[in-house]
Design a protein around this ligand. Structure first.
Ligand code: ADP
Ligand code: ASP
Ligand code: MG
Length: 448
């Protein structure tokens, strides 16, 4: 790290309307080190766009979704007058959106193009709001620098290409301007628009920070940091002032929606500190995630990830044979499926996958199940939640009666512990999961 540059990211609720954008503009105004701003789509827009990519809607429903997206932009435009340079780009982008919305059946590439409009539109509006508070802001199309592969809906960034393009095209702008760009989207080697997966703007901000050699990333959202659990679920959840990269990565991976799971990767790789705070209360503090931070042993947070699929694969022929797991994972990897938890026995393996509603693509395709069924018996269970205890040096000890007592009240479907000292994970029925998290929080985190 060699500069003081800060990359700020404003999430969907932070750019939901004019008043919210104005609060964010003040944050940028007050911190002269913020030179790059990555914005999300205004709240609600990406969900509408995901719906628009689904073929089953009638024409009237599609029109309704298009109108809803436009209404969110118009609501902001009522209070912001775009300068000519921004107005031209905004209108052109809106026309592209309307034209694509007329297509009934979209290719994978077109679906990502559709999902990109939220960030592309909000970034014009936010640039203007920054100008309104006296900042010399310009809008920059992130696709010029954020290069990815062509794995639509969950593209993998090309770190090297992103760095080279950023040094050439983005860094020279930063001495004169605050550059407003888009989270979530990128571009593949043949110039097609890609997206990084739902919630991916946090990841974009960290990637951009790495590419421009920034000192930190500030993730501005609707909560004053990362809490001991989702504050919407437990009123007694408390913000955690400091987290190590490992702990933060585990929290994000296991469901703390406040941070996209991949965000910590570039940050920890390049030693960039990450701050998470509320754009509503910028002076209320937040969470700092930093490198060299050693944490006290113990449980610091509990997270949950709903809509999990448990896939159990069984093959008696595999008794004492080798290669069963390799075969399974080769197939899963060919469908680009990421597995979270795994437990195995001699002839079977159980693993969990995400099945989030509103995901930009289904995680488990029938074709994948068919391939697996060719050599093993496959069972799929739905409506499960992955609950994770996160912390440092977590150990399941026989003398940890508190933890054992809390867990014994619930039906635990699968448990995973040992691969990392930072977590202890288990699956519960989705209908139980809020209660499980609340009980764990009450018994293990509120007393400490
Ligand atoms: P943004 O649109 O700014 O990216 P998100 O909705 O993606 O915001 O993430 C913020 C939300 O994450 C909060 O409103 C909160 O309900 C949820 N959340 C889940 N777990 C946690 C946690 N451990 N700490 C803080 N927020 C959490
Ligand atoms: N707009 C995208 C989403 O809603 C990305 C983001 O907000 O991080 O998933
Ligand atoms: Mg988010």
């Amino acid at each position: 790290m060699s500069s003081n540059v800060v990359v700020a990211k404003f999430g969907g609720t932070s750019v939901a309307d004019f008043e919210a954008m104005l609060r964010c503009a003040q944050i940028v105004h007050d911190d002269k080190n913020v030179r790059v701003v990555a914005v999300s789509a205004s709240a609600g827009v990406t969900n509408h766009l995901v719906s628009l990519t689904q073929a089953e809607h009638t024409e009237a429903e599609r029109q309704h979704l298009v109108d809803a997206v436009i209404a969110i932009q118009d609501n902001i435009l009522n209070q912001v007058k775009l300068d000519t340079d921004l107005a031209e780009g905004f209108e052109a982008t809106l026309s592209e959106f309307k034209a694509l919305s007329l297509e009934k059946s979209l290719s994978k590439a077109q679906r990502d193009e559709m999902l990109s409009f939220g960030e592309r539109l909000s970034s014009f509006l936010f640039t203007q709001v920054l100008r309104q508070v006296g900042i010399d802001a310009i809008r920059f199309d992130v696709r010029e620098v954020l290069k990815t592969d062509s794995n639509f809906a969950k593209a993998t960034p090309d770190i090297k290409a992103t760095k080279v393009a950023s040094i050439e095209k983005l860094v020279p702008l930063l001495s004169e301007h605050v550059v407003v760009t888009q989270g979530f989207i990128g571009q593949d080697p043949v110039g097609q628009t890609t997206t990084l997966g739902r919630g991916g703007s946090d990841y974009s901000a960290a990637l951009l920070a790495e590419a421009v050699d920034a000192s930190s990333v500030h993730i501005w959202t609707d909560v004053v940091g990362i809490f001991s659990t989702d504050p919407r679920l437990c009123v007694k959840a408390t913000p955690i002032p400091r987290l190590s990269f490992d702990e933060a990565a585990e929290m994000a991976t296991f469901g703390a929606k406040v941070l996209h799971p991949a965000t910590i990767l570039p940050a920890s790789r390049s030693g960039i500190s990450v701050f998470v705070g509320s754009s509503r209360e910028p002076h209320a503090g937040g969470t700092w995630i930093e490198k060299e931070k050693r944490s006290e042993p113990g449980i610091r947070a509990v997270t949950q990830r709903k809509n999990q699929i448990l896939l159990t694969l069984k093959s008696p022929e595999m008794l004492l044979a080798s290669g069963f797991l390799a075969r399974i994972f080769a197939i899963l990897s060919s469908y680009n499926i990421s597995v979270d938890l795994v437990t195995t026995s001699e002839i079977s393996v159980a693993l969990t996958l995400d099945n989030a509603p509103n995901a930009s693509r289904p995680e488990l395709e029938q074709a994948c199940l068919d391939e697996l069924s060719q050599f093993c018996h496959v069972t799929v269970e739905n409506n499960l939640t992955l609950v994770a205890l996160i912390g440092s040096e977590i150990q399941l000890r026989h003398d940890d009666s508190n933890l054992m007592r809390v867990l014994s009240d619930f039906n635990i479907r699968l448990i995973c512990h040992g691969a990392s000292k930072h977590n202890l994970c288990f699956l519960v029925e989705q209908s139980d999961s809020d209660k499980v998290v609340q009980a764990i929080h009450q018994h293990l985190l509120e007393s400490v």
